[in-house]
Design a protein around this ligand. Structure first.
Ligand SMILES: *[C@@H]1O[C@H](CO)[C@@H](O)[C@H](O)[C@H]1NC(C)=O
Ligand SMILES: *[C@@H]1O[C@H](CO)[C@@H](O)[C@H](O)[C@H]1NC(C)=O
Ligand SMILES: *[C@@H]1O[C@H](CO)[C@@H](O)[C@H](O)[C@H]1NC(C)=O
Ligand SMILES: *[C@@H]1O[C@H](CO)[C@@H](O)[C@H](O)[C@H]1NC(C)=O
Ligand SMILES: *[C@@H]1O[C@H](CO)[C@@H](O)[C@H](O)[C@H]1NC(C)=O
Length: 595
């Protein structure tokens, strides 16, 4: 089974490549996120959570911690909206960033700053609200109590930031105009004369109670987690992909196998419909016959077993004896049967030529051969009505007619006898056993034969001995005639069984009876049935005429059996021959048959 999965051998290599790719990316990311700075003199180091905007990948830093370098190689922190600080120092340990205003007026710069929209906060916690006033130097009261903000003041005017909580009445605001309010600003930011502003950023841990150490622990812990992740990710994803691909492959493989099986069944059914025989292997045959369990019969050719193709298709498997030279007969039968498609000819489902095994797979006919329905010893259990017998006779005649006329080439069976007529469920007769059959062209008047074919009693005299004429399709007609007489004679209703010994040869007895104008009424009570018997007998007697030329073709025989029996004329006596040599052979042949 694993052989089918050998193609999956590439998967570990694939995994390996995947891991290499992953680690390369990881290393690349590490290189890309490496510490950097805008110049090599006094510029602060840029590292997590800061990153160089538009240069380092997004994941190198946290959102809002974007720095950039200006044309003077200064580090710039841009805060909303468009407030640019120059970064002087970043203390990663205490998480403080020292910034200055390039225009050296922080109070003006932060007047537009909404600190809560940034990830930073003022280090000084003593926040107050301030209102800014632009006062003329004429206001001397303020001048003496408060210090003005130098960078905002201009000649003749001083700008003051007054605590918003101050009552207007407390101060003199004459010569002043209000500029703006600022909320939550530490006074150190506004009054410090230093040009630097220190901003803090929240711990990346998000827990205000944690000390810096604890936080850096967490950070390093998360670094450890990253390392673990770096190892786990490729392994897990590799296993995942391995599993997925295997499962998908398995599903594909099994569905493909199912499809192949389906296609095979489909092909068989098509063949079955087209009546084209399927070729089976020996193991197929073993499976079909369930290890040759159910034997149907034995013969010189071999053994017939019952088999099962599917739940509702039964077959008879004829396993040919390997020792006997069955090669030609086998080829003969397969070749012949492959061309035949007729309701009265048994259907070859398939064959097997595997090593030394030769088998023919036929449709299974549950009622067996005609022999057991007409033989005098078996008839009690198998009663067939005269109507049924007539139908069977007609069916066989049509089957033989088809063999003689229906195909490109004439098929001569050479072994027509009750044994070789099988009956299906509805007692439709089917000609079987084509081991002795011969193909010949239709305009061929004579068939060359190296040895006598057929069964004594049914063989036409010319087949028996070349002296009596040419072998042709008329030889099958003779055999059929014998079969017809057998059908009439084998019937219990014609009470000849006991009389036979005294009366000699049965066909002759029948002939004499009919010749005397006796229409068998004496022997068959129901007139209708007597008529059928008479019709079958007369047709049979026509068929067994000594000279092939006197015998009707099967087409004519079919007409005889289909038509009204009363119109049939009596044939010449097939047994009256001037030639005593002929008579002798005839009697020998016929007696061999009966006994
Ligand atoms: C400052 O920013 C915060 C968060 O972005 C916002 O909720 C608040 O309204 C802003 N304050 C002012 C005065 O714009
Ligand atoms: C500062 O101003 C805000 C409104 O901008 C107000 O909610 C707050 O109470 C003020 N704080 C003081 C101490 O006056
Ligand atoms: C204060 O007012 C004077 C006169 O109106 C003006 O020239 C000066 O620019 C103002 N100062 C500020 C900071 O607004
Ligand atoms: C502003 O007024 C508040 C409330 O009276 C006071 O707590 C704070 O210290 C004052 N700030 C300054 C700079 O005077
Ligand atoms: C910080 O610690 C104090 C006291 O130890 C506690 O009351 C408070 O809930 C803690 N805050 C957080 C965010 O864990």
């Amino acid at each position: 089974m694993w052989g089918n999965y050998s193609r999956l051998i590439f998967l570990p290599f694939f995994c390996f490549l995947l891991s290499v790719n992953y680690y390369t990316n990881l290393a690349l990311a590490n290189i890309q996120c490496m510490k950097t700075r805008c110049n090599h003199n006094d510029a602060p180091t840029i590292q997590y959570p800061f990153k160089l905007q538009n240069i380092q990948p997004q994941n190198c830093g946290k959102i809002g911690f974007d720095l950039s370098c200006n044309e003077n190689h200064q580090t710039i922190l841009e805060l909303p909206i468009s407030i640019n600080f120059v970064v002087k120092k970043i203390d990663y340990k205490s998480q403080e960033i020292h910034v200055t205003d390039p225009n050296e007026c922080i109070p003006r710069l932060i007047s537009h700053l909404n600190i809560s929209s940034t990830p930073f906060h003022f280090i000084d916690n003593s926040n107050s609200n301030f209102t800014f006033f632009n006062c003329s130097s004429m206001n001397t009261a303020l001048q003496s109590h408060y210090s003005s903000i130098k960078c905002l003041s201009s000649h003749g005017y001083h700008v003051y930031a007054l605590n918003s909580t101050l009552q207007i009445k407390d101060v003199t605001l004459s010569y002043c105009t209000k500029l703006y309010d600022m909320s939550f600003v530490p006074e150190s930011v506004i009054f410090s004369n230093e040009d630097q502003l220190v901003l803090g950023w929240d711990t990346s841990c998000g827990n205000e109670n944690e000390t810096e150490n604890e936080c850096s622990n967490i950070v390093s812990k998360s670094k450890g987690a990253r390392k673990k992740e770096a190892i786990l990710v490729p392994i897990v994803s590799c296993f995942g992909i391995l599993l997925l691909v295997t499962v998908l492959y398995h599903i594909r493989y099994t569905t493909q196998k199912d499809k192949e099986n389906e296609a095979r069944i489909e092909k068989f059914l098509e063949d079955y419909k087209a009546l084209k025989p399927t070729r089976y292997s020996y193991s197929d045959i073993k499976r079909i016959t369930n290890n040759f369990k159910n034997e149907l019969g034995q013969g010189a050719y071999g053994t017939v077993y019952k088999g099962k193709l599917s739940s509702d298709i039964y077959v008879a498997v004829k396993l040919l004896k390997t020792s006997t030279g069955n090669g030609p007969e086998f080829i003969n039968e397969v070749g012949t049967m492959s061309q035949i498609h007729h309701v009265n000819v048994v259907h070859l489902v398939g064959f097997c030529a595997d090593g030394h095994t030769r088998a023919l797979v036929y449709e299974y006919l549950p009622n067996g051969s005609l022999q057991k329905f007409i033989s005098t010893t078996d008839f009690k259990n198998h009663f067939l009505s005269w109507d049924k017998l007539r139908e069977i006779a007609l069916g066989i005649a049509k089957g033989i007619e088809y063999l003689h006329q229906g195909c490109d080439q004439r098929i001569l069976h050479f072994d027509i006898k009750p044994h070789n007529i099988l009956l299906d469920n509805n007692f439709t007769p089917k000609i079987s056993d084509f081991g002795l059959a011969k193909l010949c062209s239709k305009d061929q008047s004579a068939v060359s034969m190296t040895a006598a074919r057929g069964t004594i009693g049914y063989i036409a005299p010319e087949v028996f001995s070349r002296n009596f004429g040419n072998v042709s399709y008329k030889s099958d007609v003779y055999s059929f005639g014998m079969l017809l007489l057998e059908m009439v004679g084998g019937r219990q209703n014609v009470d000849v069984v006991e009389k036979r010994s005294g009366l000699g040869y049965f066909p002759e007895w029948i002939y004499n009876l009919l010749e005397q104008g006796d229409d068998l009424r004496e022997h068959i009570e129901v007139e209708k049935y007597a008529k059928i018997a008479k019709k079958l007998a007369i047709a049979g007697l026509w068929c067994i005429q000594w000279h092939p030329i006197d015998r009707p073709s099967m087409q004519v025989v079919v007409h005889m059996l289909e038509g009204d029996g009363d119109k049939l004329s009596m044939p010449p006596n097939p047994f009256a021959s001037a030639d005593p040599a002929i008579m002798n052979v005839s009697v020998i042949g016929r007696q061999l048959h009966r006994d």
